[in-house]
Design a protein around this ligand. Structure first.
Ligand code: ADP
Length: 359
């Protein structure tokens, strides 16, 4: 034995310790219920645990083969190629062996290698579907009784001989049923958008759509007296769902009107950017404290419930906006300073923009 190969007793103990730790980590990974796969810099499988072996039908001789030989789902390839940081959220895919199973793939690059973990999320997916169906069914079932109640309340309220002490009660019943009706309609719209994973992409003339949004806003604005500007800097249009986009963009404009004290300034704009096109609504209203911003698109999240109700809000508007934008691969940005005002902006990626010159 040469001198270089000789180990001191303390080195030998620490090597033994490291080797024991490694064996423990390997055993833990092997026993994990989730599939774990180690990939090299050429995207070839290097090491995997038992669950990965079962899921991908890997065999001993498969080391060194490309991961794409085993997972042929296009969404996975897209996700894989786009993942360059550890902050990625993962991708949900249907199992290629059993369409009733849902998987979530999460890729973590480290050094020039990558760790792929595949979770079975079938149960979660089913719970999510149950939640969606339940909300859609309840909303649907509530529609008919509500329509009947609203109809009768309207008839009774119109009676000239109604005793005055009943009138207030009827007014309140009418207001509350109208509110319930708005909530049910918003819930139904939200369910529809959520269920429709894809929709037909039609050409939308944004100048026309925004003029329509602006006219509706002016009608709503009568009680507020704000000055509303419409600034269209490009004739570029979009590909998307006109009905849903109209609803989402109107929601942002109506919010600006509702959450700005009377006589404010609101600017609606449509501009070209390096990424695509940007829609924005700027107001000089009450603004939003920073801690609320990240939660605003959650269903029923309202900063001031009383104010939202008083202005006819359902607390579902921004949740609808988020889902509609998600369908168009657009994102919502909220900049706001409490007491100064807010800007809600949406950037539509170039893939959804139809430039005016090619129109
Ligand atoms: P709502 O029906 O209550 O308006 P939304 O989902 O549309 O529900 O909005 C959620 C909450 O976000 C509102 O209750 C309000 O507190 C806040 N918000 C939305 N837009 C604005 C705005 N332009 N200025 C200030 N607050 C806003």
């Amino acid at each position: 034995m040469t001198k270089n190969n000789q180990q001191s007793p303390s080195e030998s103990v620490s090597n033994q310790h490291a080797s024991d730790q490694l064996t423990k980590i390997r055993s833990a990974l092997l026993a994990l219920r989730d599939a774990v796969i180690l990939l090299n810099q050429d995207d070839n499988v290097e090491w995997w645990n038992q669950s990965a072996q079962d899921l991908l039908s890997l065999q001993v001789g498969d080391a060194g083969k490309s991961i794409f030989d085993f997972i042929r789902v296009p969404e996975f390839r897209q996700y894989y190629q786009a993942t360059t940081t550890t902050l990625s959220e993962g991708v949900h895919i249907e199992s290629w062996q059993d369409p009733k199973r849902y998987l979530k793939c999460e890729l973590t690059p480290f050094g020039d290698q990558k760790l792929l973990i595949i979770y079975d999320v079938t149960r979660l997916q089913h719970l999510e579907e149950m939640r969606r169906d339940f909300v859609a069914n309840v909303s649907h079932e509530l529609r008919t009784p509500l329509t009947v109640m609203m109809g009768y309340l309207e008839n009774f309220s119109d009676q000239p001989d109604m005793p005055p002490h009943w009138r207030r009660g009827f007014e309140l019943m009418s207001q509350q049923t109208a509110r319930m009706n708005r909530i049910v309609n918003d819930l139904l719209l939200l369910s529809r958008i959520e269920i429709e994973e894809t929709h037909e992409l039609n050409y939308i003339d944004m100048t026309k759509l925004l003029t329509h949004v602006y006219d509706d806003a002016q009608a709503y604005n009568q009680a507020y007296g704000h000055i509303i500007h419409l600034q269209i800097d490009t004739y570029d249009g979009l590909y998307g769902s006109e009905m849903y986009l109209n609803s989402a963009l109107s929601n942002l404009v109506i919010n600006a009107i509702k959450y700005t004290p009377k006589g404010g300034n609101i600017t609606i704009s449509w501009t070209k950017t390096s990424e695509g096109c940007r829609f924005a609504v700027e107001d000089n209203g009450i603004g939003i404290a920073a801690e609320h911003i990240a939660r605003l698109t959650e269903r029923f999240y309202r900063i001031d419930k009383g104010r939202s109700r008083a202005t006819g809000g359902t607390g579902l508007g921004l949740a609808i906006v988020k889902h509609v934008l998600y369908q168009h691969e657009a994102s919502l940005q909220i900049e706001s300073v409490e007491g100064v005002g807010s800007t809600f902006s949406v950037v539509f990626p170039a893939a959804y923009v139809r430039t005016a010159s090619t129109g």
